[in-house]
Design a protein around this ligand. Structure first.
Ligand code: C5P
Length: 226
């Protein structure tokens, strides 16, 4: 089992272009009530009291400008063309981690208490922990032509959030053996046949992806509820 008192390093992949948001700047740099999403996401990690170091991964041409936005103790490195490349770049500068959190910059309003709960599960001996929420829509699988191929039972489905937390050794092994891409990090751990524990997530940890998400996030910030 991992040494429960070792350092927790949070990786924040923020190197995506975020075209779905339609704001003309990479998603992580979109303004949310006067503060860039990325800065809010990093603040949440630092406020949790559960994270020892934060590593932010951004497009190469934004490394220098990002450093000026964040507290000096935050490490900023260049990402890659896929999310997995960006997480790899972060892992490469997190040698001393006992535990690694991977947290999307786009989940800018994640409550610090959720971050602390993920870390508490790791320190109690879990090696892979993800926050999840039940889905409210019925979910279908479809083929490339749009024909419906199945209806998974909704009660068994969960929408997955971040931060996802891992024993560092396990996440490194998952990335070393990863073939192909994954939309979340736990998916790579599952491919190793290792257990992943879900915990109850938070509605405000939603991923800000579309213009509608952004309107909701801005309304929450304005109300002062997030
Ligand atoms: O595209 P998606 O919304 O799933 O991206 C999730 C997170 O991964 C975002 O914070 C995005 O900036 C980041 N990402 C990255 N490097 C890429 C692609 C996405 O760091 N090449």
């Amino acid at each position: 089992m991992a040494e429960p008192s070792g350092p927790v390093i949070a990786l924040v992949p923020a190197a995506g272009q975020g075209v779905r948001l339609g704001e003309g700047v990479p998603k992580a740099f979109v303004d949310l009530g006067g503060t860039a999403m990325l800065v809010r996401a990093v603040d949440g990690l630092l406020q949790s009291g559960a994270v020892d170091r934060v590593v932010v991964i951004v497009p190469e041409d934004l490394v220098e400008s990002t450093r000026t936005l964040l507290p000096v103790e935050v490490t900023v490195v260049a990402g890659g063309s896929e999310r997995t490349d960006s997480v790899r770049a972060g892992l490469a500068v997190a040698d001393d981690a006992q535990y690694v959190l991977v947290h999307d910059a786009a989940r800018a309003l994640t409550p610090p208490s959720l971050i602390a709960r993920v870390v508490a599960e790791l320190r109690s001996g879990r090696t892979a922990v993800i926050p999840v929420l039940p889905v409210t829509d019925t979910i279908k699988t479809v083929d490339v032509l749009g024909a419906v191929t199945g209806t998974p039972q909704r009660s068994e489905l969960r929408a997955v959030q971040t931060p996802q937390g891992f024993a560092a050794e396990l996440l490194r092994r998952a990335y070393a053996e990863a073939d192909g891409l994954a939309t979340d990090d736990a998916g790579l751990v599952e491919r190793l046949g290792e257990p992943v524990r879900s915990i109850v997530g938070e509605p405000t940890a939603f991923k800000i992806t579309t213009p509608l998400d952004l309107s909701l996030a801005r309304a929450l910030v304005e109300e002062g509820t997030s």
